[in-house]
Design a protein around this ligand. Sequence first.
Ligand SMILES: [Zn+2]
Length: 453
Amino acid sequence: MTTIRAIRSKSVVTPEGIRAATVHIRNGAIEAITGFNDLPSGKHVYDAGESVVMPGLVDTHVHINEPGRTDWEGFETATRAAAAGGVTTLIDMPLNSIPATTTAAALETKRTAARNKCWVNVGFWGGVVPGNPGELRALHRAGAFGFKCFLVPSGVPEFAHVGEDDLRAALPELAALDAPLLVHAELLGPIDEATKKLTKSDPTKYRTWLLSRPPSAETEAVEMMIRLAREFKVRVHIVHLSSQLSVPLIRRAKREGVRITAETCPHYLFFASSSIRNGRTEFKCAPPIRDLQNGKKLWAALGNGAIDFVVSDHSPSPPAMKCLDTGDFFRAWGGIASLQLGLPAMWTNLSGRKDSLKHLVRWMCSEPARLAGLEKHKGAIAIGYDADLVVWNPEKRFIVRPNMLQHRHKLTPYVNEPLRGAVEATFLHGEMIYDRGRFLGTPQGALLRRGER
Ligand SMILES: [Zn+2]
């Protein structure tokens, strides 16, 4: 680990714009932003040259799975992947670990499991499941940043999905706490109806999987959540929005003052259903990756603010659970591993577009920080903000190879994809923790609690 007093670059991304500057660091925070040649005396200056210096990414949608399913992914490997991908803060989802984070005691179990293992800052979402409204206040007080729920089966038995009645019991609590509710927005009705028509279809065909999760499953769920957000005056956030048909619903609700936000993920923007070959279950996620036109509309929705930001939904599993031997999309675990690759996956398509760096920082740093209530000290290069920074080369191209990946199992749909934009160095609280493939020192990431700095 190397403590840095200043970082300079020809391309520092600040809220006021992109410029040549020196970022001065003191006690882990940004002390000043001065001219390029205005350097502190002595050593400990990192010269990033032409590479971009921007805030470390904030990824509010990560499944770490420890304790309980650490063989899927754990704090050490996931946060290494984060550091190598320029992500300096992540918020862990409340499911796939055992226990699920649905009580304050479970949150403490998770924090204990995470101690001394995290290379980047880690916070935790709590979960809303049937029967736990009585736990929500204590979970929130214990530091959960907000709450996540599913409207369809989550894939693991200990995190049951909720129906409208369950939500009606939980939402008054969340409104009183002013905590956001993150929602996996798909409803079972349209999925069951679509699946009934597919009993004779080949389960190894991507098209069969795609048809089984129709856009209407998402739009009907989004409509329900808008209705409930309006009625309970609660903050609702739609996770991994996949269908362009959901976009106008969200745009209209925002215009009408409903407290709703939405995220999408790099894989919905980078891949298109037409290029997913049959049996390639590493592409399986729910809701599914849709067609090229749909992806273009999601990009447009990001551009006009209907979709607020982009996070990974990093959700790995052991390769055997992906059923690559049979290629059966219906038996395979749904989840895409991509924590390390979000920045280049986005940049590969953004590069050369107008205001591309400004958009990248808004979508991957400042707006996800806002969802978690961290926007006053993370997600921007500004005086007083935490010196969590990433240095990356926007011109460099590379091909994704499994041996580059830091997460536990190297299976990801990005393998062999040519990408643009390479992370060179990552700084946490002003310390260099990652330098061109090397990790420096020991894990120093903070375990974050809501409301604490
Ligand atoms: Zn997820």
